[in-house]
Design a protein around this ligand. Structure first.
Ligand SMILES: Cc1ncc(COP(=O)(O)O)c(C=O)c1O
Length: 367
């Protein structure tokens, strides 16, 4: 069976780790700083890096840093993993969803501008920021998005949980945001053996360190300077990530090669959305669109040929009672896409012959 995802398991990392922890701490060890610096160097970014316990915590910490008592509304997209909306709602913040591009899964900037131009003044006054979800490793025109955010006095937050390594105009997408965050969850392009995440930020690092350490500094654990939580990346996870970091660019290059091959098979079958030249995706996941009426038949067909495909985000986030928007918008593109989305396996343990098999089966299926 060609599985959709293969969990990474490298025994030698654990053996080497045992040696490392003869001289380091399990919590707040020296390896944390080392990994954060190496990540910054690998991504070639100016932003500061601060690790924490998960991508979800990274968003929670970011929103705490961006807190403003008068402004409580964030703009985001309706197709994503729940966390990009559930975390703001958990903090009592409100959401407005902007539709995605017609042939992609990323916020449509035209729709965003249209909304900002016609949005009622009482809503406009409460807008705090944009959470731009870089779903499946894709992104939008980040220069344009930055201009829109600046013009409307909005904090620009990047949900880069799925897009670590993605570039816009040859720079990591992280460089374009006021705050951004990623996840090291086991399926991600840089993954640990458990949960992990990181915040990327230009300012407020000291405050973030307090927020993720129950409000205290390292020197004085008795004084609470901020109301915070305990959200630190375990040192063992930092050790694993630091080891895997060396292969990040190589892994992305391999996945990109797989995607290129798959795209060739699929292009003839239907008009596949191509990335604009200035976007270099990390090739996290390979999404395709299958007519809604044949979607389950397609998944069954692939399974019968021993290929596991997956449907993600079957339901739009705002269709959850708990995650409803404060102001309704038209989400017709997202609604259409979510009924047709299928993801093909493209993890980096696959062989070229597996990719050819997947591509040929896609071609063979009668939609
Ligand atoms: C788009 C997106 N946002 C946020 C998250 C949350 O990350 P984590 O699972 O590490 O909490 C994920 C992870 O699955 C994600 O895919």
């Amino acid at each position: 069976m060609i599985k959709f995802f293969k969990q990474d398991l490298n025994k030698s990392i654990f053996i080497k780790a045992l040696d490392n922890f003869k001289n380091d701490l399990w919590v707040n060890g020296k390896i944390i700083n080392k990994f954060e610096n190496n990540l910054k160097k690998t991504l070639k970014i100016q932003q500061k890096v601060s690790t924490c316990n998960s991508g979800s915590d990274a968003l929670l910490l970011t929103l705490l840093l961006d807190k403003n008592s008068k402004k409580d509304i964030y703009i985001t997209t309706p197709i994503s993993y729940l966390a990009s909306s559930s975390i703001p709602r958990f903090l009592g913040l409100n959401l407005i969803y902007i539709d995605v591009e017609k042939d992609g899964y990323i916020m449509c900037l035209k729709e965003l501008e249209k909304f900002l131009n016609k949005c009622p003044i009482q809503i406009q006054k409460r807008l705090k920021g944009i959470i731009n979800v870089e779903l499946f490793g894709a992104t939008c025109n980040l220069i344009k998005l930055k201009k829109i955010a600046y013009k409307n006095n909005l904090t620009l937050i990047g949900d880069c949980a799925q897009s670590l390594g993605t570039k816009f105009k040859n720079k990591s997408t992280i460089s374009y945001y006021d705050y951004s965050f990623t996840s090291f969850y086991p399926t991600k392009v840089l993954s640990c053996y458990g949960d992990g995440g990181a915040v990327f930020l230009k300012k407020n690092l000291n405050k973030l360190n307090l927020l993720k350490n129950n409000g205290h500094s390292f020197k004085d654990k008795s004084t609470c300077k901020e109301l915070g939580i305990n959200s630190r990346l375990d040192s063992i996870q930092a050790y694993i990530l630091n080891n895997k970091l060396k292969n990040l660019n190589k892994n992305i290059a391999l996945k990109t090669k797989f995607h290129k091959i798959l795209r060739k098979f699929i292009e003839n079958k239907y008009n596949f959305s191509k990335f604009k030249k200035e976007i270099k995706s990390n090739s996290y996941v390979f999404p395709v669109r299958v007519p809604a009426k044949s979607r389950s038949k397609f998944i069954k067909f692939m399974r019968s040929k021993k290929v596991e495909c997956k449907i993600f985000y079957n339901k739009l986030i705002p269709d959850n009672k708990l995650l409803k928007p404060i102001f309704k918008t038209d989400l017709k593109n997202a609604r259409k896409l979510t009924k047709t989305l299928v993801c093909l396996p493209s993890h980096n343990e696959l062989k070229i012959k597996d990719i050819h098999k997947i591509g040929n089966l896609f071609k063979e299926f009668n939609f």
